[in-house]
Design a protein around this ligand. Structure first.
Ligand code: SAM
Length: 284
């Protein structure tokens, strides 16, 4: 790969970094290569990138993909990107907040859609939640995020990192850590370590549930107060104590357990039994 120097571009345009926009730009060629390889980018792929910065990762993606559409919020970066990437006819730039984008409008009829991003850390979780909950047809999401968040996403039951974010992501995706990245790979240096993680969308959610909203509500409430027992955490879910205990018994789950010990399958079973009991009392 030809070397592309982030620091030179920043200097050339006298660009001022914005901390509030989570601007830490990559300067490490080996990380760029590993992201592109980790995302398995090929010439059939339509890539959506969130937060291109001065276009360091974008350029590498453009060389490999059919097309790249990048979404950038900072108006100071728009003319820089237009100038620096003008030689690529497979590049499209959208000046918008990624949290407000309808990705279906960008995806259109594209078949092989992959999201690749060095995400701004201040909005990592809302962006991931949006990308997964809104049901877009991404094949995969390869994202660089804060190490602790990646560990939570990748966590299995019975460890302290396992939480609502683990369940949300693993409900929709298989997770695969690509590599760790040290603060020295960025300018300016962030305070935290980072991880590149790939989320491969499953063709169907990992478990089939009768009511997704109820399932995620139970998951969120089970992890809200981590020290509480399950029966305490979800006591306001819509069933009296006796019926709630019945739902636990039918699911074969001890109500004294804590949320972090439940597998996704167990959350699904519990959610369906609670759903059945709520429906039968609503029909009385
Ligand atoms: N991709 C570049 C790189 O790897 O060097 C820059 C990554 S930097 C961590 C995050 C980028 O996201 C910045 O360019 C920032 O301006 C942009 N950004 C921040 N909030 C955003 C939002 N809500 N929507 C779109 N872009 C955003």
């Amino acid at each position: 790969m030809e070397h592309f120097n982030t620091k030179d571009i920043v200097e050339k345009y006298k660009f001022k970094f914005s901390k509030s926009l989570g601007q830490n730009f990559l300067i490490d060629q080996s990380v760029l290569e590993d992201i592109v390889q980790g995302a398995d980018v090929s010439e059939e792929d339509f890539i959506i990138e969130i937060g291109p910065g001065v276009g360091t990762l974008t350029r590498e993606l453009l060389k490999k993909a059919k097309a790249v559409c990048s979404i950038e919020l900072d108006s100071d970066l728009i003319p820089i990107l237009e100038e620096e990437l003008k030689d690529f006819n497979n590049f499209n730039l959208i000046h918008k907040d990624a949290l407000k984008v309808d990705f279906n409008e960008i995806i259109g009829e594209e078949k092989s859609v992959k999201l690749v991003a060095n995400l701004p850390y201040y909005v990592t979780t809302p962006i991931i939640a949006k990308l997964l909950n809104e049901g877009y047809k991404f094949k995969s999401l390869t994202i660089m995020i804060q190490k602790e968040v990646a560990e939570r996403i990748n966590a299995k039951p019975d460890c302290k990192e396992f939480g609502a974010l683990s369940v949300l992501v693993q409900y929709y995706c298989d997770t695969h850590i690509v590599r760790k990245v040290s603060p020295a790979s960025f300018v300016p240096r962030p305070k935290v370590e980072s991880i590149v993680i790939r989320l491969d969308k499953l063709s169907e959610p990992r478990v089939k549930v009768k009511d997704e909203n109820l399932f995620f509500k139970i998951v969120r409430e089970s992890f809200n107060m981590r020290r509480k027992t399950l029966s305490n955490s979800i006591k306001n879910i819509g069933l009296d104590k006796e019926k709630l205990n019945k739902a636990f018994a039918k699911s074969n789950i001890d109500p004294k357990r804590r949320g972090e010990t439940l597998s996704i399958d167990e959350f699904a079973k519990l959610s369906d039994n609670i759903y059945d009991l709520i429906s039968s009392q609503d029909n009385l």
